[in-house]
Design a protein around this ligand. Sequence first.
Ligand SMILES: [Zn+2]
Length: 163
Amino acid sequence: MPGDEIRVGQGFDIHPFSDDPARPLVLGGVTFPEGPGLAGHSDADVVAHAVTDALLGAAGLGDIGQHFPDDDPAWEGADSIDLLGRAVTDVRAAGWQPQNVDCTVVLEAPKLAPHRDAMCERLSAAVGAPVTIKGKRAEGLGALGRSEGVACLAVALVTGARP
Ligand SMILES: [Zn+2]
């Protein structure tokens, strides 16, 4: 794409599992039948949050906490796919087009594979570009290895005209 600027952004997020067994586990916009869910102000969708930060970072628009503060009651229990969609609107308004996002989700359990296609579809629809996901176990090491939470790393590429 001659004349286009290319920017890359990274995102990272981590949430502990909730003590509330009734809280649903939402990853990449997909509600898993396995619980418990992750603790957090919104639906605690760690994958959607990392993707959001990667895109905001690529566009030079700060981070998810600046856009959707976790002390703002407006975002309590928020659908993080909706927040991601709002962030993508801001990214596009700033002149940047998402090209793709690639994620690594670090967790011991539950298994990601049965839900991976659905997660990629939901995230890709929200971003308007391909979002791919890889699952990775922490091999028993540290808090993630003890299944105390889930982490996600994401990298995003955006293109746009030179500002
Ligand atoms: Zn988060």
